[in-house]
Design a protein around this ligand. Sequence first.
Ligand code: MSK
Length: 657
Amino acid sequence: MEKRRTVDPSVMEMLERAREQQISTPFDRAEVTKPCPIGREGACCKHCFMGPCRLVGKTTVGICGATIDTITARNLTRAIAGGAAAHSDHGRSIAQTLLAVAEGKAPGLEIKDETKLRRVAGYLGVEVGERSKEDIARDVANVALSDFGRQEGELVNLKRAPPKRQEIWRKLGIAPRGIDREIAEAMHRTCMGCDQDYEHLLMHALTCSLTDGWGGSMLGTDISDILFGTPAPIASTSNFGVIRPDEVNIIIHGHEPTLAELIVAVVSDPEMLDYARSKGAKGINIMGMCCSGNELLLRHGVPIAGNFLQQELTIATGAIEAMVVDYQCVMQAIQAAAERTHTRIITTSPKVKITGATHIPFEEHHGMDIAKQIVRMAIDNYPNRKGVHIPDFMDRMVVGFSHEYIAYMQGGVYRQSFRPLNDAVIAGRIRGAAAIVGCNNPGTTHDEGHINLVKELIKNDVLVVSTGCAAVAYAKHGLLTPEVMEYAGPGLKEVCQAIGIPPVLHMGSCIDNSRILTVLTQMATEGGLGEDISDLPAVGIAPEWMSEKALTIGAYAVASGCYVLFGVGSPVKASAAVTEFLSKGWEAKVGGKLEFEPDWRKILEKSLAHIDAKRKALKIADYDPARFAKSESYAPADYLDYKNFDEGLYTVKAGSK
Ligand code: MSK
């Protein structure tokens, strides 16, 4: 049977529109690009120019003698180093922005969350006392930046992990020293003629991944909260229906929130609105895409137009005046798509250019001027539209569940803790927790794995937290609303009603997976669920992953003690030894394991089996939903249409704007 491209009806509609306009999409390109089966499974080594060596058929070692186990382990380690570099460089950039703000060199930016600044100062060992917020911020930024170049010692945030976890890292010698040092060492070890023991390589891959989760990403999340505000629940909307036919539409795409924050401030400037009206538009509409979008969504309720595979399709609506991109997950093909419409692609990171696009590199000290220049450019482009088609699909959501808010919602300002959540798990009302995160991949049906897994997990009383493009998939399909608790199992529904939360919590962007580490630590140290993250009845899942960053996130979750399941396929399939080491080998050493399983049904089975096994090991009540009567009926609001909840398509009501 031919694979369906997507389960999102708005994407189906736009694929048709893109075809008419001869705009190429990743769905089309995936159909004509046959992935190299040798490289895909990790059996190709390109680390020197004697090869590339493809280990197939009678070729069992590379020209240097490297075995299939060494080659697959090297390839995976390099991918994990790539992901760690991307996330951590993002974290560095945010720390540099904090330094510029503290020194008064970033007009338009300020410290929005002083409480968080003081808390983070405590984590980093920065004195608070009676000092000004600028003085504290300068020291916080400098300590954060020192984590990158440190040659000896340990990352500062490692001490936020459960004590037992820290002991494991130290005993195994995988506690990272400095972020840049471990990433550089991963590149060195995987160079021709270096580390040739697959287990040794893969243990360093864990070290390298920890520089991301407890290093660059955690610093990035914390400092973004200090600068832009810590997320708390906020309502918003998603999917192509958020594009407005009569306004200047600007899409913010990528991962870094700094310039995006300034653009959001600029568009409400009356002068800018008058300028937009002078060009015939009724207003200026900012929307997000991927993780820059998630950052704006969680802090400002800025609507999100779609997830990773929707970028060219958004341009194909003909209604986007500017797509402003920084870095990561930006398809080069958006420029070709833009050339078939009137859209302007504007690259804003000094690190990233796209041939043919307009490059306006961001600098903190002229940030406001740059934001204004970009918005004006978009407004000037409004009269150039050629034809507009916007699918009438939009859904509503409640987002913004930072780890601080999750603690707050369990007791308010004075009595916040993880006691209620832990007690619900111990009693069996909540069977366990799942973090479903990561990308989309045209190698699998867009959004299908995400949606099916969430639907089944909440029915089975598993609380779901999410980030990145996975969370956007849930948003588009109406799964981030409190009303969806109607479809949760009886115990989970009771807890959601009591606390007043949806059963699926959107926690942020890809770097915000570090928030999940904090939540897991709080659950592990609250009491009653063991003493370490590896004791918890919890799983991490990336059903539609594609990025190196996803592999890094998966690896640091494993190193932190989690069972992690990836969909789509395995990049180490060529080596049975490496495949086994990622599962049983890593589990024996760090208590977490990584497995690749393309079928979402098997991911579900394995997840539930793992959660139940952990419950048994903790000697807490066996999961038995019959013990919890169906809670009081909670009628879904009429704007939601879940009639297809149990079927293949998860449509939401069109015309709901
Ligand atoms: S944006 S890394 S496609 S989740 Fe963070 Fe989405 Fe994956 Fe990029």
